[in-house]
Design a protein around this ligand. Structure first.
Ligand code: GLA
Length: 378
């Protein structure tokens, strides 16, 4: 990928820039908890967006996307937003840095990636974090701290891409560290690295290839449900709500909002239970909690789909330790914790049966927990 980017940069702009990369992410558990002030447990993966960038001494940004084979050119004022969705991510990052008093001047860039699009692995956060990290290095002497870089990515989603997301994806992409998951408390923003090397098990993603599109999606509606219930219960976020308080208010809340809030309240406990189980090396419990999350995401939060429920059923039948839909939902991947001796059988079965039913094979990605945003060359 690096060579291809360098070749295209030379072709489009001549000479060389600096290379940066940032990563997609997985999340072991803690879904739809981030915008509710709860806990998440993500890690960056070895699939990245990489960009070569060089200031061009003008007010113009010129970008070429290798994967989409498309160019965009824009200036840096609010009214200069490009029309292509992919370029709006980069424009948003520039604008959010400028709005915070940082500096961005014109630059030329070429980028490419191997984070599968729409698979729930946060390709958009990888793109945002890559450019936020780079522009901090190139124009701001690295004075913007890492949390702010993550927030710049999140605000880009809110203000330029129409997704009212939480902080998990951008946090994971910026802070990711090889071999470590991170437990983040999204209320206090305190976090802890958690070395993750389950002996005797693998983490594997099974991608349904059902397109996952959060832009203009029911994702924002889920968030609104949670905010309505929090308001009704008199708490800032559902992090501070209890199941008892929710039940006491049940008659004032729509059945749908009730189910959404119930899931979130249960899910925040599951993250802590998974951490305890990991500390004891008790992967069976971790796995059961993953199945419980799937069930909640499917039945209460209603962000699953037929294909993902099917993959979850196959996992159960194959004796997979834990399996669940991962990320925002509405398509994308399941994440599976599989004992080594069950791995081949599970992958064969899932591939064969999914293909029989839906006419195409799912994609399989072994998870390698890797570093997040970084500079690659001078
Ligand atoms: C998407 C959002 C995140 C988070 C997850 C669900 O990935 O971008 O902020 O809410 O969905 O856990």
């Amino acid at each position: 990928m690096k060579e291809k980017i360098q070749e295209e940069f030379k072709k489009h702009f001549g000479g060389k820039g600096t290379l940066y990369a940032s990563a997609g992410r997985i999340n072991l558990i803690g879904e739809h908890t981030d915008y509710n002030g709860g806990f998440v447990f993500p890690g960056a993966i070895d699939k990245v967006i990489m960009a070569e960038i060089r200031p061009n001494k003008t007010d113009k940004v010129r970008v070429y996307s290798i994967d989409i084979d498309d160019n965009a050119e824009f200036e840096l004022n609010e009214e200069d937003a490009p029309k292509q969705q992919w370029a709006r991510y980069i424009f948003g990052i520039c604008r959010e840095i400028i709005k915070r008093g940082g500096t961005v001047k014109g630059f030329d860039a070429v980028f490419a990636g191997n984070v599968p699009l729409g698979a729930g692995l946060s390709s958009s956060a990888a793109l945002e974090s890559c450019f936020a990290f780079a522009l901090n290095d190139l124009f701001n002497g690295n004075t913007i701290d890492k949390f702010e870089l993550a927030r710049i990515g999140q605000s880009t989603e809110h203000n330029y891409c129409g997704v009212n997301c939480g902080i998990m994806d951008q946090f994971a992409s910026v802070f990711g560290k090889k071999g470590n998951l991170m437990r983040l408390d999204c209320r206090s923003m305190e976090f802890e690295y958690f070395p993750f090397n389950p002996r005797g098990y693998k983490l594997v993603l099974v991608d349904s290839v059902v397109k996952h599109e959060l832009v203009d999606s029911p994702y924002n509606k889920r968030r609104q449900s949670c905010e309505r219930v929090a308001k009704r219960l008199g708490v800032e976020t559902l992090r501070d709500a209890t199941k008892e308080a929710l039940d006491a208010a049940k008659s004032d809340i729509s059945a749908e909002d009730y189910s959404r809030a119930k899931f979130v309240i249960e899910e925040k406990e599951r993250v802590l239970d998974v951490c305890d189980a990991l500390n004891r090396g008790d992967y069976e419990t971790v796995g059961q909690l993953m199945y419980a999350t799937h069930n909640g995401l499917s039945k209460d939060y209603e962000v699953s789909c037929e294909e993902l429920d099917f993959l979850n059923d196959i996992a159960k039948e194959c004796g997979v330790t834990g399996s669940r839909i991962m990320g925002g939902g509405f398509g994308g991947c399941t994440i599976n914790l599989v004992a080594d001796d069950k791995y081949s059988h599970f992958i064969e079965e899932a591939t064969k049966r999914f293909n029989e039913k839906y006419g195409h094979e799912p994609k399989i990605y072994d998870v390698v927990i890797s570093d997040g945003a970084r500079k690659i060359t001078e």
